[in-house]
Design a protein around this ligand. Structure first.
Ligand code: SF4
Length: 377
């Protein structure tokens, strides 16, 4: 099977080219074409000898991910795409969502203050997800497979071919730390100068809480952001909301987050999806504050974005504000996420769910064949 170029690290590519008798600098040239210039064929790499371009085309592919569905909202500032990964088994096609969100300068960030114009891309790391959060459309689809590093990068490249991307958040379909190797390999290409050369602080990994993987990520040497999804102030409720949370307590998660802060010198964000009369009372805000006070952290409150889920509702604006005020009154820094793209089903997994319902039959295929990576956890 043809390998995808960006499933190789720069070092792997250099070694491959060395075995062909090519100098190491060719690997950097190729990487810059594929990542910075968004080349989709080796033919476009005009500063490479023709014979090398031909050999590369035999050995590798640089596939783009065909768009199955696209929706825009917020006057064009939010675009969500469903991207075709090609067939997995039989005739059924895999597909993942990616979202581009454009922000104008002047918005406030709790860490950075007033922000310049920026474009954030939200990427998926798995087809479906095994974590089983009850309020998530992806969680209701179950897990199909992990994406490779190249497939994660292809989502970012889909949008960098349109405009400069300043931020990437791993908050789409799937649990990125359950696909650890591909997630880290994709991040390496995003931040290295020969790759997308992105600011490390512009990249955020969001996890529902795999503590060993959080420890490992802290040792990678990145300066990237970490968001840990808590969603409840006590373990009983958290286990009801996140079906796989059984083996991990909130205390363990908070300890792992503390460890990340100590290693990286960056505060963590705790994500908290607010569900009407489930986890949004002032008492629950106080209980949450008591657990996380003293840790260098910030809470991002996310009013629930309704899915075709089991009767959960978003809280009223008043309840959201009251919850935020209670946290702040108890010394916890908390902001409310500005929801984007409500009308295009921007919460993760909803577009795929909608398209699958419309199609009723499996998604039709178009032929981008990537090498598959197996689930790592
Ligand atoms: S919220 Fe994230 S971790 Fe939970 S089921 Fe959805 S995709 Fe998976």
């Amino acid at each position: 099977m043809t390998r995808h170029l960006l499933d190789l690290s720069l070092e792997d590519l250099e070694a491959e080219l060395a075995s062909w008798g090519e100098p190491a600098f060719r690997a950097k040239q190729i990487a810059q074409w594929a990542l910075r210039h968004g080349a989709t064929t080796f033919e476009e790499m005009t500063n490479l000898p023709a014979a090398l371009r031909a050999r590369l085309a035999e050995a590798f592919e640089i596939a783009t991910l065909p768009v199955i569905a696209e929706r825009t909202a917020d006057d064009g500032a939010t675009t969500k795409v469903l991207l075709d990964l090609g067939p997995s088994t039989g005739t059924q096609s895999d597909a993942v969502e990616a979202v581009r969100m454009d922000y104008e300068s002047g918005d406030e960030d709790p860490e950075a203050g007033a922000l310049p114009d920026r474009t954030t891309v939200c990427v998926s790391t798995q087809v479906g997800c095994a974590m089983g959060c009850t309020f998530c459309a992806t969680g209701q689809q179950g897990f199909t497979r992990n994406l490779s590093a190249a497939e994660i990068l292809a989502q970012v490249l889909h949008f960098t071919r349109q405009r400069r991307v300043t931020n990437v958040v791993f908050m789409g379909m799937g649990e990125p730390l359950a696909n650890y190797d591909a997630t880290v390999a994709a991040i390496r290409w995003m931040v290295r100068p020969e790759g997308l050369d992105m600011r490390q602080r512009g990249i955020t990994v969001s996890t529902v809480g795999l503590v060993r993987a959080i420890d490992r990520l802290g040792d990678e040497g990145f300066q990237i952001g970490l968001t840990v999804s808590l969603h409840a102030p006590d373990d009983d409720l958290r286990r009801q909301l996140i079906r796989t949370a059984g083996g991990t307590s909130i205390d363990e998660l908070i300890e792992a987050s503390r460890g990340y802060v100590a290693k990286r010198g960056r505060r963590v964000t705790f994500a908290y999806a607010l569900l009407d009369h489930v986890n949004d009372s002032p008492e629950q805000a106080r209980a949450l504050a008591a657990r996380i006070r003293g840790i260098q952290a910030h809470v991002n409150l996310i009013p629930y974005n309704p899915t075709a889920g089991p009767g959960l509702r978003p809280p009223s604006r008043e309840r959201v504000r009251a919850f935020q005020r209670e946290l702040q009154a108890h010394g916890v820094n908390a902001t409310v996420r500005v929801e984007r793209g409500q009308e295009i089903a921007a919460a993760c997994g909803q577009l795929r769910t909608d398209v699958m319902k419309q199609n009723a039959a499996p998604l039709e295929l178009s032929g981008t064949a990537f090498q598959r990576s197996e689930p790592s956890e």
